[in-house]
Design a binder for this molecule. Structure first.
Ligand SMILES: NC(=O)c1ccc[n+]([C@@H]2O[C@H](COP(=O)([O-])OP(=O)(O)OC[C@H]3O[C@@H](n4cnc5c(N)ncnc54)[C@H](OP(=O)(O)O)[C@@H]3O)[C@@H](O)[C@H]2O)c1
Length: 321
């Protein structure tokens, strides 16, 4: 049994805990919040063995094998470093940290301590993404030539909330733009050139970000993220011999349609639980095999992804202190 500890008991922590309960080889050992009362309530709801009113106390719990970091973006770096320092394996929410310098240090630390470290980019592990990779690998749509992907919803414009607050590492790019950007990286690799434009909110983060990526063999990606309106939140992958449509919301889709020779076939690809089961399963498999990184979401992938985010941030002048 792999014993998980969760720090930061917000929205995503609850969903993760739900899916953890479905896994036969994973258990919820401990949870930690800044508030003991909140930790107690969460532990009761999700049947955690222990609960703590500080994150550091959880890092010291010898019964915890792996820590899931589910706090706002600006805390990922330090909390991952602290958990690794305490001898814990770590799975940390996306974006892995605020910039490439931080991610590099996290990876170096994990390697130095010989501990497992993975970015919790759940999209990589769901059955639909696996199927898209398989189909492309088999050449079903020929060579992929273009991707269009978007993610948009009208977010609450609370300046103190996680999404619009610059000091918490907010903005549409870091929160949801990361998904289309990751999809383009997963399918087309690192682009040769990036162009980006953003609408900046008065709080100093982007409320909307438009990205255009071009690749050395002529491929392209047009990507969008926005907190201002609902957008289709779909992905269209065009190839030389067909196309794949990832149904909304593409980053956790449960169906894809394949267009080829004028016919359209739809495949239902349900995920387990709320979709987080599959990343949990990857952590369990890697830890059982004694690995310090996942091959599917390897350190290099996280390094490349944060470098792309850095490049876009520089173009739209989104700075974190
Ligand atoms: N994979 C996904 O599908 C997905 C979806 C949403 C978000 N995320 C990522 O998960 C992380 C958390 O997102 P969330 O939506 O769960 O956020 P959330 O509901 O605001 O929860 C974040 C938790 O972090 C803790 N925290 C510590 N310091 C904080 C501070 N200064 N301000 C606010 N909270 C603080 C709080 O827990 P305590 O009060 O218990 O200490 C809070 O409940 C983000 O990095 C986000 O990008 C991933």
């Amino acid at each position: 049994m792999i014993r998980f500890g969760i720090i930061g008991l917000g929205k995503i922590a609850g969903r993760f805990a739900e899916d953890l309960a479905l896994h036969p080889e994973a258990s919820l050992q401990a949870v930690a919040s800044r508030s003991t009362k909140k930790a107690r309530a969460f532990a009761k709801q999700y049947e955690a063995v222990s609960h703590y009113g500080s994150y550091d106390a959880l890092f010291k719990d010898s019964e915890v094998d792996v820590v899931y970091v589910a706090t706002p973006n600006h805390l990922h770096y330090q909390q991952t470093m602290d958990a690794l320092e305490a001898g814990k394996h770590v799975i940390c929410e996306k974006p892995f940290a605020l910039d490439a310098t931080q991610v590099k240090k996290m990876i170096n630390k994990a390697k130095a301590e010989q501990l497992f470290l993975m970015e919790a980019l759940w999209t990589r592990f769901i059955p639909a993404t696996e199927k898209v990779l398989e189909l492309i690998g088999q050449g079903v749509i020929g060579q992929p030539v273009s991707i269009r992907a978007d993610f948009g919803f009208p977010a609450s414009q609370d300046p103190n909330g996680r999404l619009f607050n610059r000091s918490l590492g907010g903005g549409s790019l870091m929160d949801i733009g990361i998904y289309p950007l990751y999809l383009s990286y997963l399918l087309l690799g690192r682009p040769e050139a990036i162009d980006a434009e953003a609408t900046m909110h008065y709080t100093g983060v982007d409320s909307h970000c438009h990205m255009e990526l071009s690749y050395d063999e002529g491929q392209s990606a047009i990507l969008e993220s926005t907190f201002l309106e609902t957008t289709p939140t779909e992905a269209i992958i065009e190839g030389t011999e067909g196309g794949i449509y990832m149904h909304p919301r593409f980053h956790h889709c449960q169906a894809i349609s394949i267009e080829k020779n004028g016919t359209l076939e739809t495949l239902e690809l349900p995920y387990m639980g709320r979709g987080y089961y599959h990343e949990i399963d990857e952590v369990v498999s890697c830890l059982k095999a004694g690995k310090i990184q996942s091959e599917k979401m390897a350190h290099k992938h996280s390094m490349d992804l944060i470098s792309l985010l850095d490049a876009v941030r520089s173009l739209i002048d989104l700075r974190f202190d």
